[in-house]
Design a protein around this ligand. Sequence first.
Ligand SMILES: Cc1ncc(COP(=O)(O)O)c(C=O)c1O
Length: 368
Amino acid sequence: MSNNPVLVANPGAHTAAYRPEIDAAIKRVLDSGWYILGKEVEGFEKEFASYIGTQHCVGVANGTDAIAIILQAAGIGLGDEVITTSHSAVATTAAIEQVGATPVFADIDPETFTLDPVSVESRISSKTKALAPVHIYGHPVDIPAFQKIALEKDLFLLEDCAQAHGAKFKGNSIGRFGHAASYSFYPTKNLGAIGDGGGITTDVDTFAEEMKALRQYGWKERYVSSIGGVNSRLDELQAAILRVKLKGLHKDIARRQEIAARYNEALENQESILAPKVKADYEHAYHLYVVLAEDRQKLEQHLKAESINSTYHYPLAIHQQSAYAQRIRGGDDLPVTEHVYKNVLSLPMYPELTEKEIARVCKALESF
Ligand SMILES: Cc1ncc(COP(=O)(O)O)c(C=O)c1O
């Protein structure tokens, strides 16, 4: 009998794990008769802010809008440069362009694949207004280095936490070290909705108020736009479902970390496959478990033969994609990014992986 494939991510299994509470949450919203910006969004915002350790959370429609709304509220737009990474989902870059600002790429750290602060400093110009580092795969960026650059150069620091809910620096959640932080609640994320969703955290009261207005046509008073805004609301159903899953997030991340430890052990004697590194003082949230393989295709095929799926995050760096090629400053000088993207391979990683599936992955890694 052939084995069922081991999936890289499995949002269906995650929903199943919370199904009775999700059903109850959906019923509560349906029965309430109130579907947009009501008690569920308010409740989720309070609970998520408390989970991260910030004063405020603002629920929005997705993680890309979260970035755009933060930048807009910070007054960043046409003519302003925002330094970010090419080794990521395109969303951060797309959001910077969405507000009319100009993305600039800096290179990454060869061990954590997060933005390299030294490279970032080398890209700062008179037009630079903000830094948008991404806690890629769930490993935080070098927090003190970014705080120092932002302070010394008077730059706005936006943490893109789309892949890193629950990651920590010195025991504190990331998402509270910059001026504001963005989150995606896309279904496969560590905290995922049953559709699109996004959030913003900040400690600045006036900034949170501004973003709450921006997400709804710039209304501070109903039907009266005091500033130009957008429609980017987190809806009541998604908020109710996120409240359920937020209660289990701590346990889910611990499970991801447990699975990562098992994979790390299986890779101990493999010289051609490097397990993800975790720097001292940091806690990895393992949204993705990404190895660096000398021969990625061979490893991929080896896993495939054992019915184990794997994938690339990402098949191309952003500056290599036709929408962005040859037009982003810094894109012509990213040697680490260009080395890394060809060797990364994402292995199955989600809290509901069974013991049998984990053992199959470990065995395949050991026998490579
Ligand atoms: C690093 C990063 N930033 C931003 C986003 C955007 O999130 P969303 O898909 O919710 O717009 C994603 C999601 O893929 C992401 O991985």
